[in-house]
Design a protein around this ligand. Structure first.
Ligand SMILES: Cc1ncc(COP(=O)(O)O)c(C=O)c1O
Length: 432
Protein backbone atom coordinates (compact mmCIF):
# COMPACT_ATOMS: atom_id res chain seq x y z
CA UNK A 1 0.00 0.00 0.00
CA UNK A 2 1.20 3.47 -0.92
CA UNK A 3 1.86 5.35 2.33
CA UNK A 4 1.38 9.09 2.72
CA UNK A 5 2.30 9.60 6.36
CA UNK A 6 5.60 11.13 7.40
CA UNK A 7 8.16 8.77 8.85
CA UNK A 8 9.27 9.28 12.42
CA UNK A 9 12.65 10.33 11.05
CA UNK A 10 11.04 13.11 9.02
CA UNK A 11 9.03 14.16 12.04
CA UNK A 12 12.21 14.33 14.11
CA UNK A 13 13.76 16.48 11.40
CA UNK A 14 10.84 18.93 11.59
CA UNK A 15 11.27 19.13 15.33
CA UNK A 16 15.01 19.66 15.11
CA UNK A 17 14.77 22.41 12.53
CA UNK A 18 11.76 24.25 13.88
CA UNK A 19 10.63 24.14 17.45
CA UNK A 20 7.06 25.35 16.81
CA UNK A 21 4.65 25.78 13.89
CA UNK A 22 4.89 29.54 14.32
CA UNK A 23 8.62 29.27 14.03
CA UNK A 24 8.29 27.31 10.78
CA UNK A 25 5.76 29.77 9.32
CA UNK A 26 7.95 32.74 10.19
CA UNK A 27 11.00 31.23 8.55
CA UNK A 28 9.32 29.80 5.46
CA UNK A 29 6.39 32.01 4.53
CA UNK A 30 8.15 35.09 3.19
CA UNK A 31 7.91 33.97 -0.43
CA UNK A 32 4.20 33.23 -0.48
CA UNK A 33 1.84 35.92 -1.73
CA UNK A 34 -0.39 36.79 1.19
CA UNK A 35 -3.88 36.56 -0.30
CA UNK A 36 -5.24 34.53 2.61
CA UNK A 37 -5.77 35.47 6.26
CA UNK A 38 -4.42 32.40 8.02
CA UNK A 39 -3.74 31.60 11.67
CA UNK A 40 -0.04 31.79 12.43
CA UNK A 41 0.02 28.90 14.88
CA UNK A 42 -0.86 26.00 12.61
CA UNK A 43 0.90 24.14 9.82
CA UNK A 44 -0.97 21.10 8.58
CA UNK A 45 1.44 18.33 7.77
CA UNK A 46 -0.92 15.39 7.30
CA UNK A 47 -4.47 14.14 7.64
CA UNK A 48 -6.36 10.93 8.11
CA UNK A 49 -10.08 10.56 7.75
CA UNK A 50 -11.64 13.46 9.70
CA UNK A 51 -8.52 14.52 11.55
CA UNK A 52 -5.70 16.88 10.61
CA UNK A 53 -2.29 16.95 12.26
CA UNK A 54 0.37 19.56 12.86
CA UNK A 55 3.57 17.62 13.38
CA UNK A 56 5.48 20.72 14.42
CA UNK A 57 3.32 21.29 17.46
CA UNK A 58 2.29 17.65 17.84
CA UNK A 59 -1.38 18.70 17.76
CA UNK A 60 -4.34 16.79 16.32
CA UNK A 61 -7.51 18.54 15.11
CA UNK A 62 -11.04 17.36 14.43
CA UNK A 63 -11.74 18.73 10.96
CA UNK A 64 -15.24 20.13 10.35
CA UNK A 65 -14.09 21.92 7.18
CA UNK A 66 -12.99 19.04 4.91
CA UNK A 67 -10.90 21.53 2.96
CA UNK A 68 -14.05 23.66 2.35
CA UNK A 69 -16.42 20.87 1.36
CA UNK A 70 -13.83 18.96 -0.64
CA UNK A 71 -12.58 15.81 1.10
CA UNK A 72 -15.98 14.15 1.32
CA UNK A 73 -14.38 10.72 1.62
CA UNK A 74 -11.89 11.83 4.25
CA UNK A 75 -8.25 12.87 4.26
CA UNK A 76 -5.65 10.52 2.79
CA UNK A 77 -8.35 8.09 1.78
CA UNK A 78 -6.37 4.84 1.33
CA UNK A 79 -8.33 3.65 -1.73
CA UNK A 80 -7.77 6.99 -3.45
CA UNK A 81 -4.09 7.00 -2.52
CA UNK A 82 -3.76 3.55 -4.02
CA UNK A 83 -5.52 4.36 -7.25
CA UNK A 84 -3.56 7.61 -7.66
CA UNK A 85 -0.45 5.50 -7.39
CA UNK A 86 -1.72 2.88 -9.83
CA UNK A 87 -2.89 5.43 -12.38
CA UNK A 88 0.29 7.52 -12.05
CA UNK A 89 2.27 4.45 -13.09
CA UNK A 90 -0.05 3.96 -16.06
CA UNK A 91 -0.83 7.43 -17.46
CA UNK A 92 -1.01 10.88 -15.88
CA UNK A 93 -1.57 13.16 -18.84
CA UNK A 94 -1.89 12.96 -22.60
CA UNK A 95 -3.66 16.28 -23.45
CA UNK A 96 -7.02 16.78 -25.07
CA UNK A 97 -5.58 16.14 -28.50
CA UNK A 98 -6.65 12.53 -27.94
CA UNK A 99 -9.38 10.62 -26.15
CA UNK A 100 -8.38 8.92 -22.91
CA UNK A 101 -10.29 6.08 -21.29
CA UNK A 102 -10.78 7.63 -17.82
CA UNK A 103 -12.26 10.88 -19.18
CA UNK A 104 -14.75 8.99 -21.31
CA UNK A 105 -15.73 6.82 -18.35
CA UNK A 106 -16.14 9.90 -16.14
CA UNK A 107 -18.34 11.75 -18.64
CA UNK A 108 -20.50 8.66 -18.95
CA UNK A 109 -20.70 8.21 -15.21
CA UNK A 110 -21.66 11.84 -14.56
CA UNK A 111 -24.53 11.50 -17.01
CA UNK A 112 -25.64 8.10 -15.75
CA UNK A 113 -25.48 8.97 -12.02
CA UNK A 114 -27.19 12.32 -12.60
CA UNK A 115 -30.11 10.60 -14.32
CA UNK A 116 -30.26 7.84 -11.72
CA UNK A 117 -30.18 10.19 -8.72
CA UNK A 118 -32.81 12.72 -9.78
CA UNK A 119 -30.50 15.35 -11.24
CA UNK A 120 -30.81 17.29 -14.52
CA UNK A 121 -33.27 15.01 -16.33
CA UNK A 122 -32.12 16.05 -19.81
CA UNK A 123 -28.36 16.00 -19.15
CA UNK A 124 -26.64 15.51 -22.45
CA UNK A 125 -22.89 16.26 -22.36
CA UNK A 126 -20.06 17.04 -19.99
CA UNK A 127 -17.06 19.39 -20.29
CA UNK A 128 -14.19 18.40 -17.98
CA UNK A 129 -11.87 20.94 -16.35
CA UNK A 130 -9.91 21.51 -13.16
CA UNK A 131 -11.57 23.84 -10.67
CA UNK A 132 -14.88 25.35 -9.69
CA UNK A 133 -14.10 28.75 -11.18
CA UNK A 134 -13.13 27.10 -14.43
CA UNK A 135 -16.32 25.07 -14.55
CA UNK A 136 -18.29 28.31 -14.10
CA UNK A 137 -16.14 30.11 -16.70
CA UNK A 138 -17.08 27.40 -19.19
CA UNK A 139 -20.75 27.75 -18.25
CA UNK A 140 -20.58 31.52 -18.75
CA UNK A 141 -18.85 31.16 -22.12
CA UNK A 142 -21.50 28.72 -23.29
CA UNK A 143 -24.22 31.14 -22.18
CA UNK A 144 -22.53 34.07 -23.90
CA UNK A 145 -22.41 32.23 -27.20
CA UNK A 146 -26.01 31.17 -26.76
CA UNK A 147 -27.11 34.80 -26.20
CA UNK A 148 -25.05 36.42 -28.92
CA UNK A 149 -26.40 33.95 -31.43
CA UNK A 150 -29.88 35.38 -30.75
CA UNK A 151 -28.86 39.03 -30.63
CA UNK A 152 -25.56 40.93 -30.30
CA UNK A 153 -26.63 42.72 -27.12
CA UNK A 154 -28.06 39.68 -25.37
CA UNK A 155 -25.15 39.40 -22.92
CA UNK A 156 -26.85 39.90 -19.54
CA UNK A 157 -26.26 37.38 -16.75
CA UNK A 158 -28.42 37.45 -13.65
CA UNK A 159 -26.84 36.48 -10.34
CA UNK A 160 -28.06 36.80 -6.75
CA UNK A 161 -27.31 38.43 -3.45
CA UNK A 162 -24.94 36.33 -1.32
CA UNK A 163 -23.72 34.35 -4.32
CA UNK A 164 -20.20 33.00 -4.67
CA UNK A 165 -19.04 31.57 -7.98
CA UNK A 166 -15.26 31.95 -7.92
CA UNK A 167 -12.37 34.35 -8.34
CA UNK A 168 -11.50 34.29 -12.04
CA UNK A 169 -12.72 37.36 -13.91
CA UNK A 170 -15.86 35.73 -15.34
CA UNK A 171 -16.85 33.86 -12.19
CA UNK A 172 -16.01 36.93 -10.08
CA UNK A 173 -18.35 39.05 -12.21
CA UNK A 174 -21.27 37.01 -10.85
CA UNK A 175 -19.96 36.79 -7.27
CA UNK A 176 -21.96 39.11 -5.02
CA UNK A 177 -19.52 40.33 -2.36
CA UNK A 178 -18.40 43.79 -3.61
CA UNK A 179 -15.22 43.48 -1.52
CA UNK A 180 -14.05 40.72 -3.86
CA UNK A 181 -15.23 42.39 -7.06
CA UNK A 182 -14.62 46.13 -6.89
CA UNK A 183 -10.79 46.12 -6.87
CA UNK A 184 -10.86 44.29 -10.20
CA UNK A 185 -13.47 46.20 -12.16
CA UNK A 186 -14.50 46.59 -14.85
CA UNK A 187 -15.19 42.87 -14.98
CA UNK A 188 -17.16 40.95 -17.61
CA UNK A 189 -20.03 43.21 -18.70
CA UNK A 190 -23.64 42.18 -18.31
CA UNK A 191 -23.70 40.77 -14.77
CA UNK A 192 -26.49 42.08 -12.53
CA UNK A 193 -27.47 41.04 -9.03
CA UNK A 194 -31.00 40.43 -7.79
CA UNK A 195 -32.60 39.54 -4.50
CA UNK A 196 -34.80 36.48 -4.28
CA UNK A 197 -37.59 38.45 -2.63
CA UNK A 198 -40.86 38.87 -4.55
CA UNK A 199 -39.76 42.37 -5.57
CA UNK A 200 -36.35 41.02 -6.65
CA UNK A 201 -37.93 38.39 -8.86
CA UNK A 202 -40.35 40.94 -10.30
CA UNK A 203 -37.43 43.16 -11.29
CA UNK A 204 -35.65 40.09 -12.73
CA UNK A 205 -38.76 39.33 -14.78
CA UNK A 206 -38.78 42.82 -16.23
CA UNK A 207 -35.08 42.58 -17.11
CA UNK A 208 -35.56 39.19 -18.74
CA UNK A 209 -38.45 40.58 -20.78
CA UNK A 210 -36.12 43.24 -22.19
CA UNK A 211 -34.49 40.45 -24.22
CA UNK A 212 -30.99 41.46 -23.05
CA UNK A 213 -30.39 38.53 -20.72
CA UNK A 214 -28.79 35.28 -21.87
CA UNK A 215 -28.29 33.48 -18.55
CA UNK A 216 -28.88 33.23 -14.86
CA UNK A 217 -26.60 31.57 -12.29
CA UNK A 218 -27.46 30.44 -8.77
CA UNK A 219 -26.26 28.01 -6.08
CA UNK A 220 -29.26 25.89 -5.00
CA UNK A 221 -27.71 26.09 -1.52
CA UNK A 222 -25.56 29.19 -1.17
CA UNK A 223 -22.36 28.24 0.61
CA UNK A 224 -19.85 31.05 1.11
CA UNK A 225 -22.62 33.66 1.33
CA UNK A 226 -23.95 32.19 4.60
CA UNK A 227 -25.38 28.67 3.98
CA UNK A 228 -28.77 29.61 2.56
CA UNK A 229 -30.78 26.81 0.96
CA UNK A 230 -32.88 28.51 -1.71
CA UNK A 231 -36.55 27.59 -1.10
CA UNK A 232 -37.80 25.13 -3.73
CA UNK A 233 -40.72 27.36 -4.89
CA UNK A 234 -38.24 30.17 -5.61
CA UNK A 235 -36.17 27.91 -7.85
CA UNK A 236 -39.32 26.68 -9.59
CA UNK A 237 -40.33 30.29 -10.21
CA UNK A 238 -36.85 31.18 -11.41
CA UNK A 239 -36.85 28.32 -13.90
CA UNK A 240 -40.28 29.41 -15.17
CA UNK A 241 -38.97 32.94 -15.73
CA UNK A 242 -35.91 31.57 -17.55
CA UNK A 243 -38.02 29.28 -19.68
CA UNK A 244 -40.52 31.97 -20.59
CA UNK A 245 -37.72 34.29 -21.76
CA UNK A 246 -35.32 31.76 -23.29
CA UNK A 247 -32.68 32.43 -20.62
CA UNK A 248 -30.17 29.69 -19.77
CA UNK A 249 -30.34 28.57 -16.14
CA UNK A 250 -27.05 27.52 -14.45
CA UNK A 251 -26.95 25.80 -11.08
CA UNK A 252 -23.60 26.05 -9.35
CA UNK A 253 -23.31 22.74 -7.45
CA UNK A 254 -19.63 23.22 -6.68
CA UNK A 255 -20.07 23.35 -2.92
CA UNK A 256 -23.52 21.85 -2.41
CA UNK A 257 -23.22 18.99 -4.93
CA UNK A 258 -21.61 15.53 -4.71
CA UNK A 259 -23.80 14.22 -1.89
CA UNK A 260 -23.21 17.19 0.41
CA UNK A 261 -26.94 18.05 0.58
CA UNK A 262 -27.95 14.43 1.25
CA UNK A 263 -28.85 13.90 -2.42
CA UNK A 264 -26.33 13.55 -5.22
CA UNK A 265 -27.03 17.11 -6.37
CA UNK A 266 -28.81 19.78 -4.38
CA UNK A 267 -31.09 20.21 -7.41
CA UNK A 268 -32.10 16.53 -7.07
CA UNK A 269 -34.59 17.86 -4.48
CA UNK A 270 -36.38 19.80 -7.22
CA UNK A 271 -39.15 18.74 -9.56
CA UNK A 272 -37.83 18.33 -13.07
CA UNK A 273 -39.63 21.53 -14.12
CA UNK A 274 -36.96 23.37 -12.11
CA UNK A 275 -33.93 21.53 -13.45
CA UNK A 276 -31.11 23.61 -14.95
CA UNK A 277 -29.76 23.85 -18.48
CA UNK A 278 -26.23 23.74 -17.09
CA UNK A 279 -24.80 22.69 -13.74
CA UNK A 280 -21.24 22.88 -12.50
CA UNK A 281 -19.36 20.48 -10.24
CA UNK A 282 -15.90 20.60 -8.61
CA UNK A 283 -14.58 20.39 -5.04
CA UNK A 284 -15.62 16.94 -3.71
CA UNK A 285 -15.53 15.37 -7.18
CA UNK A 286 -11.79 14.75 -6.76
CA UNK A 287 -11.71 14.49 -2.95
CA UNK A 288 -8.92 17.09 -3.06
CA UNK A 289 -7.44 16.20 -6.42
CA UNK A 290 -8.32 19.04 -8.83
CA UNK A 291 -11.09 18.05 -11.22
CA UNK A 292 -14.34 19.74 -12.26
CA UNK A 293 -17.14 19.49 -14.78
CA UNK A 294 -19.69 21.61 -16.58
CA UNK A 295 -22.75 19.52 -17.40
CA UNK A 296 -25.11 20.69 -20.11
CA UNK A 297 -28.37 19.73 -21.74
CA UNK A 298 -29.16 19.52 -25.46
CA UNK A 299 -30.22 23.18 -25.64
CA UNK A 300 -26.62 24.19 -24.86
CA UNK A 301 -24.94 21.35 -26.66
CA UNK A 302 -26.11 22.62 -30.02
CA UNK A 303 -24.25 25.89 -29.67
CA UNK A 304 -20.82 24.41 -28.95
CA UNK A 305 -18.35 24.03 -31.79
CA UNK A 306 -14.90 22.49 -32.01
CA UNK A 307 -12.36 25.07 -30.86
CA UNK A 308 -14.80 27.12 -28.77
CA UNK A 309 -13.27 26.15 -25.45
CA UNK A 310 -10.41 24.11 -24.03
CA UNK A 311 -7.99 23.44 -21.18
CA UNK A 312 -4.67 21.60 -21.10
CA UNK A 313 -5.23 19.58 -17.93
CA UNK A 314 -9.00 19.20 -18.08
CA UNK A 315 -10.05 15.57 -18.20
CA UNK A 316 -6.58 14.20 -17.51
CA UNK A 317 -6.61 10.47 -16.73
CA UNK A 318 -5.24 10.83 -13.21
CA UNK A 319 -7.92 13.30 -12.08
CA UNK A 320 -10.66 11.37 -13.86
CA UNK A 321 -9.64 8.08 -12.31
CA UNK A 322 -10.08 9.63 -8.85
CA UNK A 323 -13.40 11.23 -9.81
CA UNK A 324 -14.68 7.92 -11.18
CA UNK A 325 -14.01 6.29 -7.84
CA UNK A 326 -15.51 9.16 -5.82
CA UNK A 327 -18.68 9.15 -7.92
CA UNK A 328 -19.00 5.38 -7.50
CA UNK A 329 -18.86 5.72 -3.71
CA UNK A 330 -21.03 8.83 -3.29
CA UNK A 331 -23.51 7.81 -5.97
CA UNK A 332 -25.13 5.08 -3.87
CA UNK A 333 -28.45 5.23 -2.01
CA UNK A 334 -27.02 3.94 1.26
CA UNK A 335 -24.13 6.39 1.15
CA UNK A 336 -26.51 9.34 0.71
CA UNK A 337 -28.74 7.98 3.44
CA UNK A 338 -25.92 8.00 5.97
CA UNK A 339 -25.13 11.63 5.01
CA UNK A 340 -28.72 12.53 5.89
CA UNK A 341 -28.60 10.58 9.16
CA UNK A 342 -25.42 12.31 10.25
CA UNK A 343 -26.76 15.68 9.12
CA UNK A 344 -29.91 15.14 11.22
CA UNK A 345 -27.77 14.16 14.19
CA UNK A 346 -25.62 17.28 13.80
CA UNK A 347 -28.68 19.53 13.57
CA UNK A 348 -30.25 17.88 16.65
CA UNK A 349 -27.12 18.58 18.67
CA UNK A 350 -26.95 22.16 17.39
CA UNK A 351 -30.59 22.65 18.35
CA UNK A 352 -29.73 21.56 21.90
CA UNK A 353 -26.93 24.06 21.90
CA UNK A 354 -29.39 26.71 20.70
CA UNK A 355 -31.65 25.89 23.68
CA UNK A 356 -28.69 26.37 25.98
CA UNK A 357 -27.53 29.59 24.29
CA UNK A 358 -30.72 31.19 22.88
CA UNK A 359 -29.19 34.66 22.88
CA UNK A 360 -26.16 33.51 20.91
CA UNK A 361 -27.56 31.11 18.31
CA UNK A 362 -30.00 32.77 15.96
CA UNK A 363 -30.75 30.14 13.33
CA UNK A 364 -29.70 26.69 12.15
CA UNK A 365 -30.20 25.97 8.46
CA UNK A 366 -28.98 23.71 5.68
CA UNK A 367 -29.41 20.22 4.30
CA UNK A 368 -27.49 16.97 4.71
CA UNK A 369 -23.99 17.87 5.81
CA UNK A 370 -23.91 21.52 4.75
CA UNK A 371 -25.24 23.22 7.85
CA UNK A 372 -25.04 26.83 8.91
CA UNK A 373 -25.41 28.03 12.47
CA UNK A 374 -25.97 31.76 12.49
CA UNK A 375 -24.77 33.59 15.57
CA UNK A 376 -25.88 36.93 16.92
CA UNK A 377 -22.24 37.88 17.45
CA UNK A 378 -19.11 37.88 15.29
CA UNK A 379 -17.76 34.32 15.20
CA UNK A 380 -14.01 34.97 14.91
CA UNK A 381 -13.07 34.62 18.58
CA UNK A 382 -15.03 31.39 18.75
CA UNK A 383 -13.34 29.96 15.65
CA UNK A 384 -9.95 30.77 17.18
CA UNK A 385 -10.91 29.25 20.52
CA UNK A 386 -12.13 26.09 18.77
CA UNK A 387 -8.78 25.79 17.00
CA UNK A 388 -6.94 26.26 20.28
CA UNK A 389 -9.09 23.46 21.71
CA UNK A 390 -8.55 21.12 18.75
CA UNK A 391 -11.40 21.78 16.30
CA UNK A 392 -11.12 23.34 12.83
CA UNK A 393 -14.31 25.08 11.76
CA UNK A 394 -15.04 27.80 9.18
CA UNK A 395 -17.56 30.57 8.80
CA UNK A 396 -19.82 31.72 5.97
CA UNK A 397 -21.31 35.15 5.35
CA UNK A 398 -20.92 37.58 8.23
CA UNK A 399 -21.72 35.56 11.33
CA UNK A 400 -22.51 31.97 10.43
CA UNK A 401 -20.55 28.92 11.51
CA UNK A 402 -20.40 26.53 8.56
CA UNK A 403 -20.39 22.78 9.17
CA UNK A 404 -19.09 20.89 6.13
CA UNK A 405 -17.31 17.85 7.59
CA UNK A 406 -16.34 14.82 5.53
CA UNK A 407 -19.43 12.93 4.37
CA UNK A 408 -18.05 9.79 5.99
CA UNK A 409 -17.64 11.36 9.44
CA UNK A 410 -18.59 9.00 12.26
CA UNK A 411 -21.01 10.07 14.98
CA UNK A 412 -18.36 9.80 17.67
CA UNK A 413 -16.11 12.22 15.74
CA UNK A 414 -19.03 14.59 15.25
CA UNK A 415 -19.55 14.38 19.01
CA UNK A 416 -15.87 14.98 19.67
CA UNK A 417 -15.95 18.14 17.55
CA UNK A 418 -19.28 19.34 18.94
CA UNK A 419 -18.04 18.85 22.50
CA UNK A 420 -15.08 21.09 21.67
CA UNK A 421 -17.45 23.64 20.13
CA UNK A 422 -19.65 23.63 23.22
CA UNK A 423 -16.69 24.01 25.54
CA UNK A 424 -15.30 26.83 23.39
CA UNK A 425 -18.65 28.66 23.35
CA UNK A 426 -18.62 28.50 27.15
CA UNK A 427 -15.09 29.86 27.29
CA UNK A 428 -15.65 32.71 24.80
CA UNK A 429 -19.19 33.89 25.51
CA UNK A 430 -19.67 33.14 29.21
CA UNK A 431 -16.65 35.31 29.84
CA UNK A 432 -18.17 38.34 28.10
C1 LIG B 1 -20.37 27.63 -4.96
C2 LIG B 1 -18.96 27.81 -5.42
N1 LIG B 1 -18.71 28.10 -6.71
C3 LIG B 1 -17.47 28.25 -7.16
C4 LIG B 1 -16.39 28.16 -6.33
C5 LIG B 1 -15.00 28.35 -6.87
O1 LIG B 1 -14.33 27.13 -6.92
P1 LIG B 1 -12.75 27.09 -7.01
O2 LIG B 1 -12.23 27.69 -5.75
O3 LIG B 1 -12.43 25.62 -7.16
O4 LIG B 1 -12.34 27.86 -8.20
C6 LIG B 1 -16.59 27.89 -4.98
C7 LIG B 1 -15.47 27.81 -4.04
O5 LIG B 1 -15.58 27.95 -2.85
C8 LIG B 1 -17.91 27.70 -4.51
O6 LIG B 1 -18.18 27.45 -3.23
Amino acid sequence: MFKLNFSSKQKQLFKRLYTTSKDFIESESSYQVTTYARPNDLVITRGTNCYLYDDFSGKKYVDFTSGIAVTGLGHSNPQIAQLLYDQAKKLVHCSNLYYNDQALILSDKLVEKTQKFGGQYDISKVFLCNSGSEANEAALKFVKKFGIKISEDRIGIAAFENSFHGRTCGSLSVTYNPKYRTPFGPLVPGAEFFSLSNEGLESLKQKFESGKFAGCIIEPIQGEGGVYPIPIPKLVELKQLCQANNVVLIYDEIQCGMGRSGKLWAHSYLPKEAHPDIFTVAKALGNGFPVAATCINEKINNILKVGDHGTTYGGNPLACRVANYVLDVIGQENFLQQVNEKGAYLVARLNKLKEKYPALIKEIRGKGLIIGCELTQPPNDLVNKCRENGLLIITAGKSTLRFVPALIIEKDVLDEGLDILEKSIGEVFNKK
